[in-house]
Design a protein around this ligand. Sequence first.
Ligand SMILES: [Zn+2]
Length: 231
Amino acid sequence: MNSATNPWLMLLDDLVEDWIGITLPRPAVAMQEFIQKDGCNWCGETIRKNEPCPCASRRLKWNRVIRLGAYKEPLSSSIVQGKYSAWSDMLAYMGKLLGERMKGCAPPNSVIVPVPMPMMRRFFRRIDHSYVIAVHASVASGIPLKRALLRRNATPQAAKTATGRKKMSRNSMWLRPLARAKGKNVILVDDVLTTGRTLEVASNILKDNGVKSIQVAVLAVTELPRKGKKK
Ligand SMILES: [Zn+2]
């Protein structure tokens, strides 16, 4: 039984939501020290002087990365709180910022596609964070939203090792029937770009189905360890 059918669970959900609403500050207040910062156009990493960007040795599946900033404070805690305490106001706020960034970057015939969350995880987390971000980015940018991808239930990414993540097979995700992705310029939306594996799987599927171009839009990008970095 889930919270949509059990009235007691529904009541509990409402109470928890109200309580969270009281204790959490307004998103704009929590994020006030945050300044948006562009990263590398291709991989989204923070650009550092005199250091080669990690994408110099990577083959990327997308044309561009749009981000709000690096995965650092206050962005990182806002994302964590948004995801794990189902603080949808915060995700909405950040999604709106991301949507404003997309304006003017999107070629004609663009659609926003959220990276799908497996059903089971969505049930336990109570919120599909990429979807919430994508909805508000769509409203802010005027670019239509299309839930073109579906995803099979799997062990949460965070619980897996780096090798496990890499092995994530491409049949863990597929295109929704009648998604009509052909010829579109897709903006793939996710919360955080880390290894990029999930986004690569999604990009491969979209490209195999005739998508014209792919841009990635994320709230934050984690900084990868760099080769040849002096201590
Ligand atoms: Zn780069």
